[in-house]
Design a protein around this ligand. Structure first.
Ligand SMILES: [Zn+2]
Length: 553
């Protein structure tokens, strides 16, 4: 017998065998049970999530000789559909039949009664590829379909479907299949093929398949023909050029030790031997994430990839891990906009190994840049990253100093600035202000102050000095709301009203305070305690470490 690919061999033949998509299955089954069959369906969802398979299963349930809703897989109708030879189930690939003619032909033939079943089912795959003319021809049919006709349109890009079509179809959204469901499905396949396997190998494949059943089975197919009767993690690593978990842990430790040369060489070598960069990015993110979970909860059961013993091998601080995850996630988002993924990733790694000095302005700037020049995105993602690295190594964002005069954004700070402020923290004042924090709520509906009262209330008071309130917020967008020259006087008035004294407000990113604490812990104490934050004047107070020690518990 000819070799059959896993994906075809193990294609679900009944609704019950479908992997994932529970909602779609139960809705379709109920529609049949209640005899509420629509004339047109739209199946939307990522590639390889089972849209065409589901369409065939639905056709089977409509036409099975055992009766409506059955999928006996033994009658002429079911067998015809399985073989793709059923005269009343017509599959059209819009990608290759995008001309008006083929749709016209479909329409011309549609009025003929079905030959061997109750329903004529038209499955149109990749329907977004149809030309507008073809779409319009189809629309006419959808307006007045014959009683026995059912259309199933499938697409990965529903946003490209004309609204006039959308209004005439019942839409079903197919989700990416979960890693767990993909693994269960692969286990089923390997068991019936009598192939032994290491569970971790299946997890790796599931992770690479990004929610696609088809991709997972195609990969499994390739790997089995490479590995034979026993599929191991080593096979997956070798064949797909992956780093092993141990290699990845070592890589993270190298990054943490700032061994730039070793890190870049390793990545370059692995890339040249076929390693998938996106895959490595995802792996590193999940390891850092597990590490954060481990440090904050000590719960091994909450971790996806690491065991406790492996988390212990990582030589890094919580803040380092947080910063690295942030940088990696940003880099992943930028991936779409760069041609040279490996250079982009190397720059990301360099970034992770540079000292973290962030200004709110640089964060906002790089975000704006991406929004403003969509045409130049590919160039920009690399360029802006390079600028950021350069400015970090300068110690401050000197390139931006000239632009500052025109800027509406007010406060600029470095990690060292934050450490200095922490030295100046006054515990009693902080406790007193915190106890009045909810007084801000009184101004939520106030015409004058509501605009600043809400974001300020949302922030978390971190440090109180003689004349500065350092508050933390999670995202640059929240900071942007209150970090403006125009809003400072208003904020100061409001602070006076609530807390009885005038303070300047310094809103900073939560992550930046975390780095400041890390810097303090690692002994990176500032040489001078004069605070250089640009409030328009200098802030000179003598400091003490008492507050920091209190803050760190
Ligand atoms: Zn049947």
């Amino acid at each position: 017998m000819a070799y059959q690919a896993f994906y075809n061999k193990y294609r679900p033949q009944t609704f019950e065998e479908v992997v994932g998509q529970k909602t779609v299955v139960s809705t379709l089954k109920n529609a049949i049970k209640d005899n509420k069959i629509a004339h047109a369906y739209l199946f939307c969802g990522p590639r390889g999530t089972g849209k065409t398979t589901m369409a065939r299963l639905f056709a089977k349930a409509l036409n099975c000789k055992e009766g409506l809703g059955h999928q006996c897989n033994a009658c002429d109708s079911c067998i015809g559909i399985m073989k793709g030879e059923h005269p009343d189930v017509i599959e059209i690939d819009a990608a290759s039949n995008s001309t008006v003619d083929s749709v016209r032909q479909l329409i011309d033939n549609i009025s003929y009664q079905p030959i061997m079943s109750d329903y004529k089912v038209y499955i149109i795959d990749e329907v977004h590829n149809m030309s507008n003319l073809a779409f319009n021809a189809l629309l006419k049919t959808l307006e007045e379909p014959p009683e026995f006709a059912v259309f199933i349109l499938a697409t990965t890009e529903p946003q490209k479907i004309l609204p006039t079509i959308l209004s005439r179809v019942q839409r079903f959204d197919f989700n990416k299949v979960t890693e767990k469901d993909l693994i269960t499905n692969m286990e089923r396949v390997l068991k019936s093929e009598n192939i032994e396997f290491e569970s971790e190998a299946l997890r790796l494949i599931a992770n690479l398949s990004d929610g696609g059943v088809r991709d997972s089975l195609s990969l499994l197919d390739k790997l089995v023909s490479y590995a034979g009767n026993h599929l191991t993690v080593k096979d997956v690593d070798e064949m797909l050029g992956l780093l092993s978990l141990q290699d990845e842990i070592s890589l993270i430790n190298l990054i943490s030790a700032k061994k730039t040369k070793e890190v870049l060489t390793l990545v370059k070598e692995k890339y040249e031997s076929g390693m998938d960069i996106t895959r490595l990015q995802n792996d590193l993110i999940s390891i850092y994430k597990d590490f954060i979970i481990y440090v904050t909860t000590k719960e091994e059961s909450l971790m996806d990839r690491l065991k406790e013993s492996e988390a212990r091998q990582l030589n890094l601080s919580l803040n380092e891990a947080r910063n690295c995850v942030e940088t990696l996630l940003q880099s992943k988002r930028d991936n779409r906009n760069v041609d040279d993924v490996v250079s982009h990733f190397q720059l990301t790694l360099i970034n992770m190994m540079s000292e973290k000095i962030v200004t709110t302005e640089s964060v906002q700037k790089s975000e704006k840049k991406n929004v403003d020049d969509p045409g130049d995105r590919k160039q920009n993602a690399l360029a802006s990253q390079a600028v950021e690295i350069r400015s970090r190594s300068n110690g401050f964002v000197s390139e931006h100093t000239e632009e500052k005069k025109d800027s509406n954004e007010l406060i600029r700070y470095t990690t060292t600035d934050i450490v200095k402020l922490m030295y100046q923290g006054i515990k009693q004042d902080r406790v007193a202000i915190k106890s009045h924090w909810d007084d801000l709520e009184k101004y939520f509906n106030d015409d004058k102050y509501s605009y600043v009262a809400k974001p300020l209330h949302l922030s978390n008071l971190s440090v109180t000095t003689k004349d500065v309130l350092l508050v933390t917020l999670r995202s640059p967008i929240e900071i942007e709301k209150i970090n403006k020259k125009a809003t400072q006087p208003l904020l100061q008035e409001l602070i006076k009203l609530c807390f009885g004294k005038t303070y300047r407000l310094l809103p900073v990113l939560e992550a930046d305070v975390a780095s400041a604490i890390a810097q303090y812990k690692s002994g990176g104490k500032p040489e001078s305690l004069e605070c250089t934050i640009d409030f328009g004047e200098e802030n000179k107070t003598s400091g003490s470490t008492a507050f920091m020690d209190e803050l760190l518990g």
